[in-house]
Design a protein around this ligand. Structure first.
Ligand SMILES: CC(C)(COP(=O)(O)OP(=O)(O)OC[C@H]1O[C@@H](n2cnc3c(N)ncnc32)[C@H](O)[C@@H]1OP(=O)(O)O)[C@@H](O)C(=O)NCCC(=O)NCCS
Length: 174
């Protein structure tokens, strides 16, 4: 299965394909990815969003990756390393997959790839995920990648539907 997918940084010419991917998944992304939703509404917004991700990667501020199906070069998901704490050598990962591709192990694979990038290339010591305790498939992704639930922060996030929720902090240490 792993040979069928890859993660790669954004390219300038991803504008149309990324916009389609977001549009196809808008109804399910609004809960946890409100900023992507807000900016990627048309071609201009998609270009601006992509440019900012390319710039952030150049400056080592954030690393946003697209997940691609190698068989047809289709974009099927997104994963990002962000919120770097350089003193702690730590960052956060966040991710989503297109609805047609769920349950195939693809995000578990993408997390594994990005964990290895963070530990081996960026020399980080710690990676965390912030997960809604009501999101069982994301919890499963964390477990499958050996992350451990360290604490639950009450009222830590306002979801796209306006509901304030507790957030589980899952850690993986090198
Ligand atoms: C959460 C999400 C990223 C998972 O991606 P995915 O590619 O389907 O994940 P995987 O296939 O690698 O793993 C999912 C696991 O959850 C399990 N799962 C799915 N639904 C489940 C449920 N309702 N209860 C328990 N486990 C569930 C799957 O069986 C699988 O585990 P397994 O391999 O042991 O069988 C995807 O559902 C998504 O994009 N959701 C919307 C955005 C989102 O919630 N992002 C995360 C924010 S923290």
């Amino acid at each position: 299965m792993e040979n069928n997918y890859l993660i790669r940084l954004f390219r300038k010419n991803d504008v149309d394909d990324f916009l389609s991917l977001v549009n196809d998944n808008r109804d399910r992304l609004y809960l946890y990815f409100p900023i992507t939703m807000k900016f990627v509404t048309d071609k201009k917004g998609s270009q601006k969003y992509i440019n900012s991700k390319i710039e952030s990667a150049k400056k080592n501020q954030q690393f946003a990756f697209l997940i691609e199906d190698k068989n047809n070069n289709k974009l099927i998901g997104y994963i990002i390393a962000k919120n770097f704490n350089h003193q702690k050598k730590e960052c956060e990962l966040a991710y989503w997959i297109s609805k047609n591709e769920e349950g195939k192990g693809i995000i578990s694979f993408a997390v594994r790839e990005l964990v290895s990038f963070c530990f081996e290339r960026l020399k980080l010591h710690s990676i965390y995920l912030r997960i809604d305790p009501q999101n069982p498939s994301s919890i499963r992704v964390a477990e499958k990648n050996n992350f451990t639930l360290e604490h639950i922060a009450p009222n830590d996030y306002e979801r796209g539907d306006g509901q304030r929720i507790d957030v589980g902090y899952w850690y993986l240490k090198k």
